[in-house]
Design a protein around this ligand. Structure first.
Ligand SMILES: [Zn+2]
Ligand SMILES: [Zn+2]
Length: 110
């Protein structure tokens, strides 16, 4: 701990925690230089907590929404899209004129 190592690129002395090997597996360089080379942010372990970004899968989104709505439900009307057969439900009285999945207007009440 507390050991400073000189970056092979910018010659700055940096704590070991803020260093990493370049892609050749030999040169120790500082995170700044690594980021400049590779464009990926590497957070120093000591400071920033790791953030995980969960990416939405766009194609599955409407189906999950639909499941969620069914669980909540009291007064729901189920519709089915004539074109893609996608089923979804909306509050009764809520105007439905488009399939949320394929945007088709061929909607039938089930
Ligand atoms: Zn450097
Ligand atoms: Zn549809």
């Amino acid at each position: 701990m507390g050991v400073l190592i000189m970056c092979r690129v910018c010659k700055t002395k940096v704590p070991m925690d803020n260093m990493r090997y370049d892609d050749n597996g030999e040169d120790l360089i500082c995170n700044d230089c690594y980021n400049k080379r590779h464009g990926t942010y590497v957070a120093p372990k000591s400071t920033a907590p790791e953030k995980r970004v969960v990416l939405n899968k766009p194609t599955e989104r409407t189906r999950h929404e639909d499941d969620f709505e069914k669980k909540q439900n009291e007064d729901k009307v189920t519709f089915v899209c004539e074109k893609c057969k996608f089923k979804f439900s909306r509050k009764s009285g809520f105007p439905v004129n488009q399939c949320p999945y394929c945007s088709s207007t061929y909607i039938k009440e089930v």
